[in-house]
Design a protein around this ligand. Structure first.
Ligand code: FYN
Ligand code: ADP
Length: 582
């Protein structure tokens, strides 16, 4: 039965009717959604106004990609789906990169977009912003739904929520055609049509035989290694994960967004011995980490220097909620399928005081390599070159993060990303938010806005000057909501550095360089925030300390030696080598 299409009387009057606008808002609120990240426009502007009027926080951005990234990282931070709201067609398309990135990174988010009416789209009659958005979205997300009738809004929102957070988390698309919003229906029937989702992310208990197989393999290992991925951070099983490491005595290696699950200074951290432990370990326990390109697909060369020994041939135990992730790259000898919380607690039940600690020979070898790398890094960090380089600037950031362990750290770039990852220690879980699995540039300001909104903590965003360019207009958003975000741009005048030349000798600059000595800090000043031009570590430190103290929106333009930096940072080997001389 399709609902009465007559417009309802204003909701402020005593009314026994409701409409699509109110049902969407009621359904989101019923399921605990508190914030919408979006950008108003036809046909959803009134939805943003009504949502705000009815108590939802509506954060408006300058580009939907940034709103989508904010929703995605909000999902990672909270375990609830982040909600991004866009207009139809171009706004929907602008949100797609974030939707796809959320799905790739296993961040739960729902992209809700207004759309054209089915009957016009299906006849391709040339509507305003006409597009078959569900068809376009379907290949980029976990699930895509469309709602045509007001009485189905409750089911649509419920299905979107459950799809986003159950099993492997990811992105979901929900298509709401314009006419749906003004569809009226009986208020009582409308309320009855809404669904409060029960247990949207049910625990998935591992099979006892799978637990035993995993424990037997781990117990027999002579050189065991635990590898923690962002899934382990997302699972919020922090105490059990820490107990797994400490009770087993096995060294662990955190992937970038798993840093802080245990403090990076932990005695069992092997982070600073990465390319030693990966080839040398004989049994690797993967906890919420995929053996994808970031881990050389479980075989072949590790990243970085040429002298790294190839790795592979180990025995793998893999904990993952996705059964089909097993054997994706190499054979998994002990698959442990289930949610990380349930799997780790099951393993812990089998690790008692009699559990054999790893051989001292292995532990000493790992710690020797780690301590050597840490000492070498300390020497580099102690230098004070002029102009600053990445190391001397990050030595300041390292201190600031250590002094403010509750602050959120957002990080993107090439060299700015890679050097921050290995130089800035993290001390608490889910504090480091970065480009993740895809290495996508442009997540910075969207992540920074959501990190501030969702955590209430100060946010430090360490940005490459190229990376900042993708979302830099959101400094206005940061100022508009007066968010405690301190953006630090590592400005070395170019995508990787500022010294490339136009090989033709022509007048244009090389494709990889920017305006020299660009005054990015004036962008923040333009909107009422604080701009700092820092040429020394002392100026950088002062600017960051003041930003944390004042909680004022701040942009620090940290001037870095333009010769510093390598092409694509530590993944320079991904650049194809020319086969022939021109
Ligand atoms: C790490 N290391 C340290 C420390 N931490 N040394 C001293 N002290 C500390 N605290 C060492 C570590 O052992 C490695 O040395 C090296 O520093 C690098 O560590 P990292 O970064 O963990 O390891 P690696 O080899 O770079 O990891 C491979 C990777 C990583 C692919 C996982 O490079 C990565 O996540 N890259 C993301 C690239 C990306 O997405 N870029 C954005 C788009 S690029 P060795 O052990 O001696 O090797 C746009 O152009
Ligand atoms: P990283 O890049 O840090 O190595 P990945 O994104 O590659 O991490 O891997 C995350 C993995 O964690 C994914 O395979 C995903 O299915 C899994 N995952 C996410 N949440 C959970 C959970 N609660 N329980 C089990 N596995 C999870």
């Amino acid at each position: 039965m399709s609902a009465n299409l007559a417009p309802v009387s204003s909701p402020t009057e005593e009314s026994t009717m409701t409409d699509g606008f109110n049902l969407v808002i009621d359904a989101l609120k019923l399921n605990g959604i508190k914030t919408i990240y979006g950008l108003p426009g036809i046909p959803i502007t009134d939805l943003t106004r009504k949502a705000q009027a009815q108590g939802l926080r509506v954060i408006s951005f300058r580009h939907e990609q940034n709103a989508g990234n904010a929703a995605a990282i909000a999902g990672f931070m909270t375990g609830q789906p982040g909600v991004c709201l866009t207009v139809s067609a171009p706004g929907f398309l602008n949100g797609l990169t974030a939707l796809a990135n959320a799905t790739t990174n296993c961040f739960p988010m729902i992209l809700i977009s207004g759309s054209s009416e089915r009957e016009i789209v299906d006849l391709q009659q040339g509507d305003y912003e006409e597009m078959d958005q569900v068809a376009v979205a379907r290949s980029l997300c976990k699930a895509a739904f469309r709602v045509l009738h007001a009485e189905d809004i409750g089911v649509g929102i419920a299905r979107a929520i459950r799809s986003a957070v159950s099993g492997r988390p990811g992105g979901v698309y929900l298509d709401l055609p314009a006419k749906l919003f003004s569809q009226a229906m009986d208020a009582a029937a409308g309320a009855a049509s809404l669904i409060q989702v029960v247990d949207p992310a049910p625990r998935q208990i591992p099979a006892p035989d799978a637990v035993k197989r995993a424990l037997d393999l781990l117990k027999g290992a002579k050189k065991p290694l635990i590898l923690l991925g962002k899934g382990a951070a997302y699972a919020r099983a922090d105490a059990d994960i820490r107990a797994l490491v400490e009770r087993s005595g096995i060294p662990y290696l955190p992937m970038s967004m798993a840093k802080g699950l245990l403090p990076d200074t932990h005695e069992l951290s092997a982070a600073a011995a990465r390319s030693y432990v990966l080839p040398e370990a004989d049994v690797v326990l993967l906890v919420g980490a995929r053996l994808n390109w970031l881990l050389s697909h479980g075989k072949g060369k590790t990243w970085g220097g040429k002298d790294h020994k190839a790795w592979g041939g180990q025995k793998f135990i893999q904990i993952d909620i996705s059964p089909t992730e097993m054997d994706s790259n190499v054979r998994i000898d002990a698959p442990l399928v289930g949610d990380i919380g349930s799997c780790v607690s099951a393993l812990l039940a089998g690790i008692d005081a009699k559990w054999p600690k790893p051989p001292a020979e292995w532990l000493n070898a790992v710690f020797d390599r780690r301590n050597k790398n840490v000492a070498k890094m300390a020497e580099t960090l102690a230098k004070d070159p002029k102009p600053m380089n990445f190391h001397s600037a990050l030595n300041v950031v390292r201190d600031i993060v250590k002094a403010n362990p509750d602050a959120m750290l957002v990080n993107e770039g090439a060299n700015a990303l890679d050097f921050t990852r290995s130089i800035v220690d993290m001390y608490k879980p889910r504090k480091r938010l970065d480009v993740g699995t895809w290495g996508v540039m442009g997540i910075g300001m969207g992540f920074a806005v959501a990190a501030a909104i969702e955590s209430g903590e100060p946010v430090i965003a360490i940005e490459g000057d190229s990376a900042f360019g993708f979302s830099g207009m959101e400094v206005e958003t940061i100022c508009r909501y007066n968010l405690p975000v301190c953006v630090v741009i590592f400005n070395n005048n170019g995508v990787y550095r500022g010294t490339d030349q136009n090989l033709s000798g022509g007048a244009d600059v090389a494709p990889t360089v920017f305006v020299k000595d660009a005054r990015y800090e004036k962008m923040m000043e333009a909107f009422g925030g604080v701009g700092v031009y820092a040429t020394t570590p002392a100026e950088l430190r002062k600017g960051m300390e003041e930003a944390i103290r004042s909680r004022r929106p701040t942009l620090i333009n940290a001037i870095i030696d333009e010769t510093a930096g390598t092409e694509s940072g530590r993944i320079t080997s991904l650049n194809p080598a020319a086969a022939a001389k021109k």
